[in-house]
Design a protein around this ligand. Structure first.
Ligand SMILES: [Cu+2]
Length: 364
């Protein structure tokens, strides 16, 4: 098939590039160029979807650099992509303003059932908490989170007049120092910075199997748009040393948002070799190996890209249940569908059945 042949050639070329060379840019860019070409080709075919295609798909932009992003949303318009679309400062501010707006609106949940949900933002945290045990380590892990992000994006747009789409945080940038990333530099155009320094003995990830040393934070966020944010739910499964579990999973536990940004986690697991393994290497052989590699092999000390994304942020983001308490959660979900889409195009037979007929739709 044309697409597979094209990808085979592109991937062979990509794998021949040294890690050091690809590290300087978006490591999926070469694969993605092929994907966009294939999408254009599909869009011109008689089987192209008429209601959602490369011409009318929503654009989700990268917060900072490495601007090419391609992924899709699960619901109405099935394809979402960006092409050299980096968020301008004003766009970043309008996004964080909308998130703060969601945090200022009252919860729509029944307070008798979820007493800790005080705001509309909390409703999303509560939803994740409620379903945690059936949406992680399971076959619906990726599709559920895709839908979750779409729901949140829709709430920002419809309830808080946000004009844009959910921004994307590229895991594979600023690994050696996330605090200087435009995402985390603490400026007014960031997603807020690190937590204040609080001496503590690291965190434990990988279902308690993997020790992660402390970064330079650990305390409350003190800069950027979310510096005054109140977290109402959790922690339910705290991972940072010194944190105490809340009595009930829906209890009200108002406190500041904490982070402990970690270069250790990013440099160890969010690296090109792991990414290539998932998209073109042995892990892309089938959906089972893909999911296992993405979600980690904890007994072997391999945190995996998903958990590494959580622990690059640390603090509240390390909690399996209440991690959406940190607003970066939603931007942090987007590298995964992007990886799935690339792997689906490149390596995993049947992940997207019948390319010409379904063009990026998931298998039933
Ligand atoms: Cu989750």
């Amino acid at each position: 098939m044309y697409v597979q042949t094209t990808f085979a050639l592109a991937l062979a070329a990509l794998q021949a590039v040294s890690t050091a060379a690809v590290h300087q840019r978006d490591v999926l860019e070469d694969i993605q160029k092929q994907a966009i070409a294939a999408l254009n080709k599909a869009a011109g075919s008689e089987n192209a979807p008429s209601t959602c295609n490369i011409f009318n798909a929503h654009v989700r932009k990268d917060w900072s650099v490495y601007p090419i992003t391609i992924h899709r949303v699960f619901d109405t318009c099935a394809l979402t992509f960006t092409t050299r679309a980096t968020m301008a400062a004003a766009e970043r501010k309008s996004y964080t303003k909308a998130v703060n707006c969601l945090m200022s609106k009252p919860s729509m949940l029944d307070p008798a059932m979820v007493p800790g949900a005080k705001t509309r933002y909390d409703d999303f945290v509560a939803q994740h908490i409620n379903q945690t045990l059936s949406i992680h380590g399971t076959g619906n892990f990726l599709s559920w989170h895709r839908y979750f992000v779409w729901s949140y994006e829709t709430a920002l747009r419809e309830e808080c007049h946000y004009q844009g789409y959910q921004p994307y945080w590229n895991w594979f940038s600023y690994q050696s120092n996330p605090t200087i990333s435009p995402v985390f530099d603490g400026s007014d155009t960031s997603m807020s910075g690190d937590g204040a320094f609080v001496a503590h003995n690291g965190s434990v990830g990988g279902a308690g199997a993997i020790f992660l040393p402390s970064g330079n934070g650990g305390g409350c966020i003190i800069s950027g748009p979310f510096r005054n944010m109140t977290v109402n739910l959790g922690p339910i499964s705290p991972t940072m040393a010194g944190e105490t579990k809340v009595a009930d999973k829906f209890a009200w536990n108002p406190r500041c948002l904490k982070r402990d940004l970690s270069a250790y986690t990013a440099e160890k697991w969010l690296v090109p070799n792991n990414l290539l393994n998932l998209t073109t290497g042995p892990a892309a052989r089938n959906i089972e190996t893909f999911q296992n590699e993405l979600q980690g092999r904890f007994p072997q000390g391999f945190l995996g890209l998903h958990a590494a994304g959580h622990f690059m942020i640390g603090g509240d983001a390390g909690d399996l249940f209440s991690s959406p308490s940190d607003p970066i959660f939603f931007a942090s979900r987007l590298p995964r569908p992007r990886l799935v889409d690339m792997a689906g195009l490149a390596s995993i037979p049947g992940l997207y059945r019948g390319w010409n007929h379904y063009a990026f739709q998931q298998p039933a």
